[in-house]
Ligand binder design. Structure first.
Ligand code: HEM
Length: 402
């Protein structure tokens, strides 16, 4: 490590990121882990990058809160649709409200439900692969990675197929508004998306009240909790649809890109297809689709001798923690057989991703079947990255299937 890296860590500002960072944030993360693992940012928040610190903070909800009302008020304005949405989502709340919303969601995603979903995911993926075969030159994001999650999550909430067109655009606009710094256009698009999405869901909820689904219908389960208001219901459905979209698109897109740029790993996976389970975990670790999390300090805490007073905001860098050599052997090596692999891509503790089994299922099916189906699958043009610090993935991944 050099003086340059020390300066890189000391001067890091998550509100002023450059193109080089979006292309490859890992050298910056390495410098932060080494020189300034509890880094004070110019705006007074802290940016944490060590695995042990993130693991501890994610598991301690007494000292660290998920409530974002105070942070989002100045960011969005308290009367805005984005403020109402993000402060009503379970992910940005503490118990008891968080527990009440989480319970029916977890209850609907049992191993039994997951097993029953698999044939539909396989059929969907195979239809997409058929279409790609006919085209030859494809975009692995638009034609494949983005098309899977929207259908899977739409099925979980039983959103009629003909209504699914706008879901992805709404989702991208709402999650885009979580970036550390925002343009007026991003803010406007996010607010409009919340308004349109909620109006749609209010109608869907009214219909579902009239015609309830079965036990495996997430929306019917949420409706069963009569303590949730209409707004809480709609906003948490918006969250569910969003939570399952871009993150999983990026798992599939990042995973395919990693394999197509690591020929030995791709060969290994084709020779030993059972490695798909550990391969998906390694894709989640190596290029985590959700790179940043946040917590608010509510009890005075000390992390690596840095005193964190109540009211301090923390950014938890999952992408950096997942490359920490204290936890992972040779962390910058992509190893599809890596075990153990206790990555934090789904966070940990009370708020750990409630949809991780769904995401893993989609990742396994989509990645395994694409590489098996097309033995000469290869990248055919310049991949385009989404310029986002929080959600890491590609907007376009040109490829040739045969
Ligand atoms: C690769 C794909 C995914 C990744 C990387 C991911 C990552 C995460 C992370 C890091 C959190 C914790 C946020 C925090 O507390 O700060 C989270 C929460 C959550 N995720 Fe996921 N997620 C993925 C897919 C999904 C899917 C497919 C669903 C739904 C079917 C889903 C539903 C949720 C829900 C409901 C929460 C909130 C849990 C709570 O606050 O208790 N996620 N996810």
């Amino acid at each position: 490590m050099s003086v340059d890296e020390q300066a890189l860590a000391g001067g890091f500002d998550p509100n002023r990121l450059d193109a080089a960072f979006y292309d490859n944030p890992y050298p910056v993360y390495a410098a932060l882990r080494s020189f300034d693992p509890v880094h004070r940012c110019p705006d007074g928040t802290y940016f944490l990058s060590r695995y042990a610190d993130l693991d501890r903070i994610y598991r301690d909800r007494t000292a660290f809160s998920s409530d974002k009302k105070q942070a989002f008020a100045p960011k969005y304005g308290v009367d805005s649709p984005l403020y109402e949405h993000h402060t009503t989502s379970l992910v940005f709340n503490d118990a008891p409200y968080h527990t009440r919303v989480r319970r029916p969601i977890v209850g609907a995603l049992t191993p039994h439900v997951l097993k029953a979903m698999e044939p539909d995911v396989v059929a969907l993926v195979d239809t997409l692969l058929d279409r790609m075969e006919a085209q030859s030159d494809v975009d692995l994001i638009a034609d494949y990675a983005a098309a899977v999650p929207v259908e899977v999550i739409g099925n979980l909430l039983r959103v009629p197929r003909e209504d699914r067109g706008p879901l992805r655009g709404w989702s991208l606009a709402i999650l885009g508004a979580l970036e550390p710094s925002l343009t007026a256009a991003q803010l406007e698009a996010g607010n409009r998306a919340v308004t349109e999405f909620c109006a749609y869901l209010r109608e869907l909820i009214a219909q579902r009240r009239r015609h309830p689904g079965g036990d495996d219908d997430l929306l019917t389960r949420l409706l069963g909790d009569d303590q949730l208001t209409e707004t809480e219901l709609a906003q948490n459905c918006v969250f569910l649809l969003n939570a399952g979209h871009e993150t999983t698109t990026n798992l599939i897109g990042n995973g395919l890109h990693l394999l197509l740029t690591h020929a030995d790993s791709l060969r290994q996976l084709r020779e030993e297809p059972q490695l798909i389970t550990t391969a998906v975990e390694e894709c989640l670790r190596f290029e985590s689709s959700n790179q940043l999390g946040n917590r608010l300090v509510v009890q005075r805490s000390v992390v690596r001798e840095v005193v964190l007073e109540p009211g301090t905001y923390l950014t938890l860098c999952i992408g950096a923690a997942n490359r920490d050599s204290d936890e992972f052997n040779d962390p910058d090596r992509f190893d599809i057989a890596r075990q153990p692999n206790r990555h934090l891509a789904f966070a940990a503790g009370a708020h750990a991703c409630a949809g991780m089994a769904v995401a893993r299922l989609e990742g396994r099916v989509a990645i395994a079947r694409a590489v098996q189906r097309f033995p000469s699958l290869q990248l055919s043009g310049e991949p385009a990255r989404g310029r986002r610090a929080r959600f890491r993935g590609f907007t376009s991944l040109p490829a040739r299937v045969g």
